[in-house]
Design a protein around this ligand. Structure first.
Ligand SMILES: Nc1ncnc2c1ncn2[C@@H]1O[C@H](COP(=O)(O)OP(=O)(O)OP(=O)(O)O)[C@@H](O)[C@H]1O
Ligand SMILES: [Mg+2]
Length: 274
């Protein structure tokens, strides 16, 4: 079995397509035969569940307060994706007691199903909760649209990750572009700025084209991958999944689900201690 690969889906500006990409990428990877978990890290929004048309009685806050185990809050989505419903409590992990932290770690290590992918849909921007999640990910994928404010804010989050957090495993997913060529050009423009000012080469993945079917699917509370598998967007998500599968997990970073939560808690502890 391959190692778990942990991907964070981020953006500078809100509303650019993080949840659309997280959910559809999760389904695309699952349909390609991978075991996939989707973690809704967008505080209190319950976005990912809505986008997948599933309803959850419990969320991650119940794991933090010890009422439930991770296994008990997980719901299965389309193509068997394991969905961890988000919680507003997660931003305050640094304030948890040692016993609570141990409980969270324990809960993650008890999840004994084999997993190939963990996809984390984080909130927009670069709050401490966002950096905590992203630093625990092997690769962060910044979703960007071809609009000045989206590009500026994407550069902003990349700069903070690279310079303040020394985190450099960053890729781009251009979204809502008219064609692949436009997506590649958008990547080249932003990457040139990152190379020049941050000494950082971004990973190009694949672009998701603008497709009305995505909106239709969203209105039906379905991922476009199941709503319309033959759509242009679904084709892009399948290609994106393939490209991401080619990015190797850094060897020193390998490890299961419990390493994700341990890395997350380590980041929080560092922040707490100055
Ligand atoms: N490729 C696309 N083609 C057409 N519409 C899209 C595409 N990607 C996203 N959308 C639409 O754009 C809107 C915003 O997408 P989404 O909710 O995924 O963004 P987000 O980054 O998760 O937002 P937030 O920051 O609020 O969490 C939704 O209505 C979604 O259906
Ligand atoms: Mg979202």
């Amino acid at each position: 079995m391959s190692d778990l690969k942990i991907l964070g889906i981020a953006s500078g500006k809100g509303g650019v397509g993080k949840t659309t990409i997280s959910t559809n990428l999760a389904v695309a990877l699952a349909q390609a035969g991978h075991q996939v978990m989707l973690f809704d890290g967008d505080l209190g929004m319950a976005n990912a569940q809505l986008a997948l048309g599933i309803q959850a009685d419990y969320n991650f806050s119940h794991v933090i307060n010890g009422e439930k185990t991770l296994k008990e809050i997980i719901v299965r989505g389309p193509a068997g994706v394991y969905v961890v419903p988000g919680a507003s409590g997660i931003g305050h992990m640094a304030n948890l007691s040692t016993a609570e932290l141990q409980g969270v770690i324990q809960s993650f290590s008890e999840f004994d199903q084999p997993l190939d992918y963990l996809i984390v849909d984080v909130a927009a921007g670069i709050s401490p909760a966002v950096t905590t999640f992203l630093k625990a990910c092997h690769q962060t994928l910044v979703v960007v649209r071809d609009e000045p404010s989206s590009i500026a804010d994407a550069y902003g989050i990349i700069k903070v990750l690279a310079t303040e957090h020394n985190y450099r495993h960053i890729g781009l997913i251009p979204n809502g572009v008219p064609d692949q060529r436009s997506g590649q050009l958008l990547f080249q423009r932003l990457n040139a700025v990152c190379v020049k000012f941050l000494g950082l080469d971004l990973e190009y993945t694949y672009s998701v084209e603008s497709d009305e079917t995505v909106l239709e699917a969203a209105r039906k509370y379905q991922p476009v991958m199941t709503y319309s598998p033959g759509s242009m967007a679904s084709r892009d998500f399948r290609k994106l999944a393939k490209e991401l599968d080619l990015i190797p997990v850094p060897e020193h970073d390998a490890g299961g689900l419990q390493f994700f939560v341990e890395r997350m808690l380590k980041t929080e502890a560092e922040a707490k201690n100055g």
